[in-house]
Design a protein around this ligand. Structure first.
Ligand SMILES: Cc1cc2nc3c(=O)[nH]c(=O)nc-3n(C[C@H](O)[C@H](O)[C@H](O)COP(=O)(O)OP(=O)(O)OC[C@H]3O[C@@H](n4cnc5c(N)ncnc54)[C@H](O)[C@@H]3O)c2cc1C
Ligand code: SF4
Length: 331
């Protein structure tokens, strides 16, 4: 591990001032970043510990919820208003990692955790454009069972690992940011990037920009929600495919729907096309499958992961059907 300095600012303004220095990283719970330091994949000159900032969850009069970036994953999943009004988020969080890691991990760190592509972590042998731009990507012709089927590029086929972010994508979460040029807000769906020719950039954040909070806009039908995670083992496993769904059915017709996928792309994948195909249609399994097919029409399998396309199709249909037959959703 390389030497680095450590600071623990008292305010977001101080953090941003410190974060503006070159080669500085913000530290949340450290459950991803410290591994990256140990493996010398990240070698910052300075760490700015933001885990003590803004750990409040505020219920607002308009029905939205404002979540400080330092709120721990466990605290968020267990919060009464989140569990009752946005159960999708609670279910996605508890589907990830372990209780010990969720106790440490922060909201900001979860959003910015890096891919779990094994070639990215293999500093000694593998070529990786995300780690060393221009080097090549050994996953494309390598062991790529866990990799992307949507939105990948010739430079990178990695997936985004977060479960929480799939729920945030479906819930139209808004990310509050603070940087050297002031504050701004960004839809979570616009925060993470597809890899294109620059997989070294996971997000559109400017250097030194700090996530200060996440806002969940009110969602009247948010209680009818399900998060389905398909994985190799029931714990300590990242999603092969996950589906986050919120569904509003009236008189057998899909009145409204929110749908996002995990484990399939470089970013949490909001299923905009499927949603458009579902609104106003009968809430039947045949319609759900047809909408899944529309969303997955551009999916491109690699050598080892064609199964993900059929898996995503089945998981979308089963998740939505579950919300019709068991309103209130399932874990
Ligand atoms: C064994 C294991 C299993 C796991 N399984 C899963 C799983 O199944 N599903 C899943 O979703 N996750 C899983 N995880 C990942 C885990 O969820 C993340 O490690 C965790 O959410 C990261 O949060 P953190 O606060 O510890 O982030 P850190 O490690 O502190 O930081 C992560 C990144 O975010 C940046 N950062 C942190 N806070 C801010 C901020 N406020 N503003 C700007 N940048 C910031 C850091 O600079 C760093 O780049 C697993 C992890 C482990 C170790
Ligand atoms: S898929 Fe992306 S992260 Fe994995 S080796 Fe290729 S460039 Fe690196």
């Amino acid at each position: 591990m390389n030497p680095f300095t450590y600071a623990r600012p008292a305010t977001a303004a101080d953090a941003v001032r410190m974060g503006a220095a070159p080669d500085t990283r913000y530290l949340g719970g450290g459950t991803n970043l410290v591994d990256l330091l140990r493996e010398t994949i990240e070698h910052p000159a300075a760490l700015v510990d933001v885990s003590g900032l803004s750990d409040a969850i505020e219920e607002r009069a308009d029905g939205s919820i404002l979540i400080g970036a330092a709120v721990k994953n466990t605290a968020l999943a267990e919060h009464r208003a989140v569990r009752t009004r946005f159960p999708l988020l609670s279910r996605a969080i508890v589907a990830g990692a372990s209780a010990q890691i969720r106790n440490m991990a922060t909201v900001g760190g979860n959003i910015l955790q890096r891919t779990r592509c094994s070639y990215f972590y293999d500093e000694d042998g593998a070529r990786c454009n995300k780690r060393d731009p221009g080097q090549g990507c050994d996953a494309i012709d390598g062991f790529n069972r866990m990799h992307a089927v949507l939105g990948a590029s010739d430079a990178c086929v990695a997936t985004h690992p977060s479960d929480m972010c799939v729920a945030l994508a479906a819930l139209d979460a808004v990310v509050h940011l603070r940087g050297a040029n002031g504050e701004r807000r960004l839809a979570l769906n616009d925060l993470h990037r597809l890899p294109e020719d620059h997989p070294e950039f996971d997000t559109v954040l400017a250097p030194g920009e700090l996530i200060t909070a996440i806002e969940l806009p009110a969602l009247a039908f948010g209680a009818n929600a399900a998060y389905r995670k398909v994985r190799d083992r029931s714990s300590y496993a990242f999603a092969l495919v996950s589906v986050a769904a919120v569904l509003d059915v009236r008189d057998g017709i899909v009145h409204d729907v929110r749908l996002a996928l995990g484990g399939v792309a470089h970013k949490p994948w909001r299923a905009w096309r499927a949603e458009a195909a579902l609104r106003g249609r009968q809430a039947t399994e045949a319609v759900f499958r047809a909408a899944a097919d529309i969303e997955l029409a551009d999916a491109r399998p690699l050598r080892d992961n064609a199964f993900k396309i059929a898996l995503a199709r089945n998981a979308i249909a089963a998740t939505l059907a579950g919300l019709v037959h068991t309103p209130g959703g399932q874990a």
